[in-house]
Design a protein around this ligand. Sequence first.
Ligand SMILES: *Cc1c(COP(=O)(O)O)cnc(C)c1O
Length: 385
Amino acid sequence: MIPYGHQLITRRDIDAVTEVLRSDFLTQGPAAPAFEQALSAICGARHAVAVNSATSALHLACLALGLGRGDILWTTTNTFVASANCGRYCGADVDFVDIDPVTWNMSVAALRDKLVRAKSAGRLPKVVIPVHFAGQPTEQEAIWALAQEFGFKIIEDASHAIGASRNGEAAGNCRWSHITVFSFHPVKIVTTGEGGAALTNDAALAQRMTLLRSHGVTRDSSLMQRAPDGPWYYEQIELGFNYRMTDIQAALGLSQLSRLESLIEQRNAIAGRYDQLLRDLPLQLPVVRPENRSAFHLYVVCMQDDTSRAAHRAVFEFLRAQGIGVNLHYMPVHMQPYYRDLGFGEGMFPEAERYAQRAISLPIYVGLSEQQQLYVAQTLRKALT
Ligand SMILES: *Cc1c(COP(=O)(O)O)cnc(C)c1O
């Protein structure tokens, strides 16, 4: 089976991990801070907080922004469930915004309309989480302008988008958001096995996320409430978690990050090849806005508007039977049973639902050969004709 995504681990990655295994620290040593420094340098944000998953990073980001019971969080419905669940962890209400039918990102027009309605209803969100779907940056300056107008905070879920850029500025720079989150799960662009990070330009937010990442415990006397009574002294000043990234993971991430530019180039080359191979098929291909460079975490094609559910499913089954591990990114989050139980359902976000009835994620990863791409294209052609 050709999977839709796959990690590439080099000799250098293995050496970097082995070096940590032979060192004094498997966790809380020098590798995680070095990884954080490399992340902030590459992305152009002042602070990076490495954690054990993007899900944890989203949770810490919400807590740092003060999200809690009675508050509201909005995200796109075309995302992985974690972008919404972080709001629920904090006891907040979650709601969704429909997508742009061309980029498949959160629609800024739909966001604006929903904000206007929410304002008159007195139900404005405290936090909005746009997702750089498939690796294409959202229209972040426009979302930032709405944040100023309507008074919400922004967490960018850039789990798909490390290495992407917009108007020449790297994803994760946080110029148009309060916090940006990355995932380092093995199907993503850069991996640490499991892992994530939260970036910000705000020192107070970084400090709060760092504290909550490790039990809410501090050894920093400026944060303490009482005078230390000995050299053993530390204080737990909040209820935190163990969301730390190990040095084993960070060493892998640091080694992978050193190849980021080449990884993004290769993913763009694969996408360009698909564009050529598929251009005469009855498919909607990915559209990357001229001001954007996509990280191409995913390469999604959409079948034609009038495609029936049965026809969509038949193409999936045919491709899978031919050894091509196609996938659907995403079943809209509001259609998941957990969210249906909260009152969501069919027909609430029609663009995302229409998209999900036609979308197919084709294999894309560094190491996918031209031969394999040709096979994917030929098989898809057979399935459609
Ligand atoms: C993968 C992913 C996550 C969760 O990442 P983990 O590191 O597995 O917790 C969150 N949001 C999006 C959009 C993702 O694709």
